[in-house]
Unconditional design. Structure first.
Length: 269
């Protein structure tokens, strides 16, 4: 079993959802970002999504766009992001880590080289926002052949006719985008999430994680009662944006992560 399969299976036995945290690699700089990354599991993160900085993150709202700008200004690139994963794996061999981003940097790096380096570094999965299933041969198929899960996004506009195509090449978990919009946008109603999870479960046995717009421990707890995973990104990144220095950024992210983890873990008690 992969690290993702193992983690979700363990949490299912514990009758709780996963806290899935997103941060951008290199934000606000390499050293502080690595400290945040290494601190997230101890702060309660069950799965980590690590953003690959890109100049045109079209699916992301202002918070993550600015995180990308800060990271790129600090000279973060894909090679440094993979090195960050290697350094993370020196201390943590169990927490699943997923790289999330866009295809352009991977294409420039070279797909074959990227998959080999990601596998060697200890990457467990990929979320590539702008690569639909019609392009599975470009990255999804070779990644999965190398043992790296390929996680698909589904949205409120992914209808029952389209869902089987989207899910056919999915592995690891399914990421349900709960609102039609960019990251950090408004949140969906409980009723909408319930209906979406019910509909997705008719099409897949994979764990379902819900993201976009989840900002508080209370909201995370609500979603944790309905889904297998709760994804939080923009709220964590806001802690970096408002910090006066690196230590404040590190402390802010890890403190909020701990609060979110408590919300998720208490949700089904």
């Amino acid at each position: 079993m992969s690290r993702l399969q193992t983690r979700f299976a363990e949490l299912k036995e514990q009758n709780r959802a996963a806290l899935v945290t997103f941060v951008t690699a290199g934000d606000p700089n390499y050293e502080a970002s690595l400290k945040i990354l290494k601190g997230l599991p101890k702060a309660g993160a069950d799965v980590i999504e690590l953003g690959m900085p890109f100049t045109d993150p079209m699916a992301d709202g202002p918070a993550i766009q600015l995180a990308n700008i800060r990271a790129l200004a600090a000279k973060q690139n894909l090679a440094k992001t993979l090195q960050m994963v290697r350094e993370f794996r020196q201390d943590d061999s169990t927490t699943p880590l997923v790289l999330m981003g866009y295809f352009n940097p991977i294409h420039k790096y070279g797909v074959e080289r990227f998959i080999a380096d990601a596998q060697e570094a200890g990457v467990d999965g990929l979320i590539v926002v702008d690569l639909p299933p019609e392009h599975n041969r470009d990255l999804c198929d070779p990644a999965q052949a190398a043992g790296i899960d390929f996680i698909r996004l589904t949205t409120p506009t992914t209808d029952d006719k389209r869902l089987p195509t989207v899910l056919a090449g999915s592995s690891g978990f399914v990421y349900y985008v709960s609102v039609a919009g960019v990251t950090g946008a408004g949140s969906a109603t409980v009723e909408h999430v319930q209906e979406a999870v019910t509909r997705l479960r008719r099409h897949t046995d994979l764990p379902i994680s819900i993201g976009f717009g989840i900002r508080t421990p209370e909201h995370a707890a609500t979603i944790a009662r309905l889904a297998d995973g709760v994804v939080v990104g923009s709220a964590l990144i806001d802690q970096i944006a408002k910090a006066d220095n690196d230590q404040q950024a590190i402390d802010g992210v890890l403190s909020l992560c701990s609060q979110l983890a408590e919300g998720v873990r208490s949700a089904r008690r």
